[in-house]
Design a protein around this ligand. Structure first.
Ligand code: SAM
Length: 271
């Protein structure tokens, strides 16, 4: 991946590709997969995958279809990420009444006005993060706990932080019920990171921020990587920050739309 300077916001063009794409894609992507439009706590304009309700016996088939059609079919090639998406039962992370919708090609509501991200978006961000098997990972924005469970398959340990105590409690219950032992769920303002367990080899933010929080950069280990959607509340770009000693390099991906990161280094709670 070629590192580029962040353009001034006024220089950014809605939906236009940015230089990082022509230079190459982050680990785990093919160039087209990266260059294709991210969107949504997922991604808009999809013509792949149809909405369908499932019986519980169909869920493994639906998960396989999700991986092959929605994820691999759109260019996420990282075999470890694909394996994790095959292994983690996404339907356990959505409200029970929505289990039959869990493998659809879209985000789903999880309560508190929040969403579990679209499967493709989870895979794309995980591939961009490229966690190693022994890595210590911080996720900001636990939501349902699904992204944390994917990261936990790939990394040594995961700390995930959520500002809504009710979501954190539900995520923790799901993670415990699945017997996943290397995730710690904490409640708090993740825009400050979680200094108690810093530094982290990888930090993934799953809510949209107005800028890259200095607090998160400071908690990156040497050689570490941070992936975060940054922009306005209506449109962000996926930003990858890499740290080498005290130098930080930044690359920018395509547009996406996430719920806001609310907190001291995010958006104010009351707007
Ligand atoms: N990763 C989640 C999953 O797998 O279900 C989806 C995350 S959802 C798109 C974004 C989450 O970020 C919401 O649950 C929201 O409450 C949380 N959030 C927003 N601002 C936050 C903050 N400052 N600290 C912690 N969590 C925050």
């Amino acid at each position: 991946m070629r590192n580029i300077s962040l353009p001034q916001r006024s220089q950014r063009t809605f939906w236009s590709p940015v230089k990082a794409h022509s230079a190459g894609a982050p680990a785990g992507f093919d160039r087209m997969g990266w260059a294709r439009r991210f969107c949504g706590t997922g991604f808009l304009g999809s013509d792949i995958g149809k909405d369908y309700k499932l019986k519980s016996m169909d869920l493994p088939d639906a998960r396989e279809r999700m991986v092959t059609v929605q994820v691999a079919g759109r260019g996420v090639r990282d075999a470890r990420v694909l394996a994790a998406m095959r292994e983690v039962p996404r339907h356990r992370f959505v409200p029970e009444a929505m289990a039959g919708d869990a493998y659809q090609d879209r985000p789903l509501p999880i309560g508190e006005g929040q969403t579990i991200s679209q499967p493709y978006m989870v895979a794309a961000m995980t591939a961009a993060l490229a966690p190693g098997a022994a890595d210590r990972v911080l996720e900001v924005g636990t939501g349902s706990g699904y992204q944390a469970a994917i990261l936990a398959r790939l990394a040594g340990s995961v700390v995930t932080i959520e500002r809504h105590a009710a979501l954190a409690a539900r995520a923790r219950a799901t993670i415990d019920a699945l017997g996943i032992a290397n995730i710690r769920v904490v409640v708090g303002d993740g825009s400050n990171g979680y200094p108690d367990e810093a530094p982290y080899d990888r930090i993934l933010v799953t809510a949209g921020a107005p800028a890259v929080p200095e607090s998160l950069k400071a908690q990156l280990a040497d050689g570490g990587r941070l992936v975060i959607p940054v922009g306005s509340e209506g449109l962000q770009h996926l930003i990858v920050v890499e740290r080498r000693a005290d130098a930080f390099t930044t690359s920018e991906g395509e547009g996406c739309v996430f719920v806001p990161l609310i907190g001291e280094h995010g958006w104010p709670a009351s707007r």
